[in-house]
Design a protein around this ligand. Sequence first.
Ligand code: MTE
Ligand code: MO
Length: 384
Amino acid sequence: DPYRNEPRRHPALIVRSDKPFNGETPAELLVASPVTPNDMFFVRHHLPVPVIDNDKFTVTVEGAGMRSLQLSVQQLQQNFKKAQVAATVQCTGNRRTEMKAAPAPGGSGAQIKGLDWEVGAISNAEWGGVLLRDVLLAAGLQPGDASVQHIHLIGLDTDMTGTPYAASIPIDKALSEAGDVLLAWEMNGQPIPADHGGPLRVVVPGTTGARSVKWIGRIVASADECQGHWQQKDYKAFSPGTDWDAIDWSAAPAIQEMPVVSAICEPAEGAELSTYDGEVTIKGYAWSGGGRDIIRVDVSADGGKTWSPAKLSKHPHSRPSRAWAWTLYEATLPLPEGFKGQLQLACKATDQSYNTQPEDVSSIWNIRGLVNNAWHKVNVSVVE
Ligand code: MTE
Ligand code: MO
């Protein structure tokens, strides 16, 4: 059994699959603290967790015209400047269940395939490590060298045929001084746990989780994008009208930055509120890709007919265009006077580019159930 060496996991993680392990953070725990505790951070694996001897571990950095470096975590710590970045990791499939619950637009009967994530395939941490940029430059990468367009990030986890998990990011993101791409060994002040890619992982802030390769074994500067499965045949979204048999994977680019998203974490779907309270407090998160800051979150207690702005709380390191960490929000809305029955709560966020979220999933529906950033709606009932 390739899964015989899996680490122990917190029983509160909501298991979406066992082998490989996939577990989501319960919504109410997401908003319980600005950074997600390491053992409650959502886990997204495609393969068994690799067994790594941390004392012998090195990462290889290489590419055309560069010298090949093999670096231990200790060498990274001793030879490079430490960088700390608060960054949210969000899976491209976060909130897929809502898209799955909606019929394929046009009644085609097309079926979404993918893990049943609710709102918790997202978490936030303070990562410590070195800038990937510094390591690439130390290996002799020449900025502006037109023969290098992509940085391949290759994990140590492999499938039955020995093929590793791998992804790539564009060279401009990897080399940007404001890109904050990390080779990280620290997560919330602790060594990164095995489930999150320890001893060393990549964190690509502002980019979908799939590119933040865990257990990083090899980094290769290349003219071409990574040709692996997860770069070419997954993590791409198509037109609502495209069914499985019509997919041309080469027709869409691999998802890197993500759109603006938000979710309600409290109250939970189906919660009962009392008319005597006269009000409802809504808590949740908002985040946008590419470092775009959240400038506003609007909440509604009538399914989106009327809206009020929520109070935002941002990570202290967060700044415009480098807002890698999520924004938590909270709002208290009055309940309609004397009202009893069903209410629909809704939220939507706006980022610094004034991008906002679509009203429902129909216009963004896609057969992989990716990048669902529709208004998040939660139905509650008001009782005596
Ligand atoms: N890296 C490796 N080596 N193997 C993986 O399966 N999954 C990716 C990414 N990095 C993955 C990986 C995906 S799809 C996501 S969403 C994030 O890791 C999740 O990171 P986490 O498990 O620390 O939350
Ligand atoms: Mo993911």
